[in-house]
Design a protein. Structure first.
Length: 132
């Protein structure tokens, strides 16, 4: 068992123990991350492992490990950061229709702090950011 954190694995020596690069809070679960700006890792942290746990966006300086809180978001199901790190996309809620989990897509702008639910399509069962 490892302490919560971001770890470095040596792909050429898979039997070696990974080294912790950045320490994370003890109750944190990483939901998504992207190096949006060179030298900084933007991370979506959930408070606990529950699918409906509140999220926080935090930037970590890869040189010194310093954390800079960006925004407390609330619950977003299956969140994904956009490739540039500005937006979070995920589900506002989920329901099962014909055996498929689906729901309304929620997009949160981390610069303005505003979120909006896409009206069309009304529900989706999968998405990914363009260019990924």
């Amino acid at each position: 068992s490892f302490a919560p954190g971001i770890y470095i694995f040596d792909g050429t020596a898979p039997d070696t123990t990974p080294a912790q690069w950045l320490a994370l809070p003890t109750d944190a679960t990483v939901r998504s991350s992207v190096e949006a700006v060179g030298g900084h890792l933007r991370v979506l942290l959930a408070r606990g492992a529950d699918a409906f746990a509140s999220l926080s966006a935090v930037d970590y300086d890869l040189g010194n490990g310093e954390a800079t809180p960006i925004l407390d978001i609330g619950a977003v199901i299956a969140p994904q950061l956009s490739p540039d790190g500005r937006f979070i996309g995920g589900y506002q809620n989920l329901t099962e229709i014909d055996g498929v989990q689906q729901g309304a897509l929620l997009v949160v702008d981390l610069q303005s702090g505003r979120g909006f639910v896409l009206a069309n399509p009304a529900t989706a069962w999968g998405f990914r950011w363009a260019g990924t």
